[in-house]
Every structure is written in structure tokens, then in C-alpha cells.
Write a protein of this length. Structure first.
Length: 235
């Protein structure tokens, strides 16, 4: 029983600090003060499990067939960066499986949802490497940058979950996906700026510039990840 209580206290303390003091957990990890907090990987796993437990049908980390088709038709490279013909891919699967288009599309979305959960950790080394390129002169080791990325990713997931919880609590219309994403991407530059300032000790001007670059890299990574997940199921 004590172990569960200890785990809960570490979890609550770590989540509170993650939101209240951006970069604090990373700075503590770098300084070797790690006993009183959840391990970065544990915190990330807990956040991911909570997100998919409470929002099992969320499309936050994979794109829809409709969005891929729209991106191709409108030449919107943010919606369909790889110019992938999703309609043709669905048609091939329908012909091969002797199933209706609706059933095939639903199956693809289900598989994409499952894959997006199991592959989510892949964002961390990719984003962490981008962060490393920015700070390699100040901190020439990859591990701290990966921890920075892991804490940033955990914040993003938990903040996403928190927004959904508030919207559900107040009974807001379900057509809010794009607005949530807008809130999330607007929050990331602010959060990353504060985290950079605390972890790396840069002047405010450089912290803002690097925070925006890091946030932009993250948003682009998520956009590409969402497309890659769905396309990997379609090919």
C-alpha cells in the first residue's frame, strides 16, 4: 500500500511541476536530483496511457482519410505533405479484401489508432535530436536533450487531455478538434521558451527565439507523424 501511495505522490508532484514550472523537471534530472520525482519515461508512459484510456477514439496522433484526400485535392502540403493518394489506396484495399469502402475505411482508422499509440515514443528521439542541434555547444550530450523532449511531449499530451476534460465537463459541442490543436500549438512556444530559459539559462531574447524554433519543430514533427501513421496502414 505504501508503494502505491509513494507512486501517487511522485506522480502528482511531477505533474504539478511539469505544468507550473516548465523545464524544472529536466533541470533537476540534469543536476542529479531525481529521487523525489517520477522518472521521465515513467511519466511519459503514464500520460500516454491516461490519454488513450480516456480518449480511445481520439485522432490526435493520426490523420484521417478525409484530411489526406483534402490535402491532395487542394494541394495543401500541411494536410498531405507526401501527396499520397488515399482514395486510390482505399480502392485497392476494397478490391483486394472484397469489403465495402466504409468498412475498409473504418478498419484503416482503427489500425491507425492502434499504431499511433505504439509508435508515439518515436517522436521523442526525432524531436530530441533537433533540440540537440540547437544546444550542442552549451550541452554537448544527447541524453539531456532527449529528457527535455520527453518532458515537453508529456506536457503536450497531458495538456491535450486536460482541454478535452474541461470541454467535456462544460458540455461543449464535439466539433472542436481543430480548436484544441490551435490552443496546443499556441501554448507550445510559450512553454518551450520558459523551459529553455530554466534549463539552459539563455537570455530572454535567445530563449524566445529557440523556444519558438523548438515548438515549430515539434508541431511539424506531429503533423508528419500523423500522416506517416495513416499512410503506413494504407500502403
Amino acid at each position: 500500500m505504501w508503494h502505491f501511495a509513494h507512486f501517487d505522490s511522485k506522480l502528482m508532484r511531477s505533474v504539478a511541476l511539469l505544468f507550473a514550472k516548465p523545464g524544472f523537471l529536466t533541470a533537476e534530472w540534469i543536476a542529479g536530483r531525481r529521487v523525489g520525482y517520477m522518472k521521465p519515461l515513467q511519466l511519459f508512459v503514464v500520460a500516454s496511457v491516461l490519454f488513450y484510456f480516456f480518449l480511445p477514439t481520439a485522432t490526435a496522433y493520426f490523420t484521417s482519410i478525409r484530411d489526406l484526400e483534402y490535402g491532395l485535392e487542394q494541394k495543401d502540403h500541411l494536410a498531405n505533405t507526401f501527396e499520397f493518394d488515399a482514395a486510390a489506396a482505399i480502392a485497392r484495399k476494397v478490391a483486394a479484401g472484397q469489403r465495402s469502402t466504409a468498412d475498409t475505411t473504418a478498419q484503416v482508422m482503427q489500425l491507425a489508432s492502434e499504431r499511433s499509440k505504439s509508435w508515439l515514443f518515436m517522436l521523442i528521439p526525432f524531436w530530441g535530436t533537433l533540440i540537440f542541434l540547437l544546444f550542442q555547444r552549451k550541452m554537448p550530450w544527447l541524453a539531456p536533450q532527449l529528457i527535455f523532449a520527453m518532458h515537453g511531449m508529456t506536457f503536450y499530451i497531458l495538456f491535450d487531455l486536460s482541454i478535452h476534460a474541461v470541454i467535456t465537463l462544460f458540455g461543449v459541442s464535439r466539433d472542436y478538434g481543430r480548436y484544441i490543436f490551435l490552443i496546443l500549438i499556441c501554448s507550445m512556444p510559450v512553454y518551450q521558451t520558459l523551459a529553455v530559459r530554466r534549463v539552459y539559462g539563455d537570455a530572454w531574447v535567445w530563449s524566445v527565439l529557440k523556444g519558438v524554433v523548438i515548438a515549430l519543430g515539434f508541431v511539424l514533427s506531429v503533423l508528419l507523424y500523423r500522416q506517416i501513421i495513416t499512410i503506413s496502414v494504407l500502403v
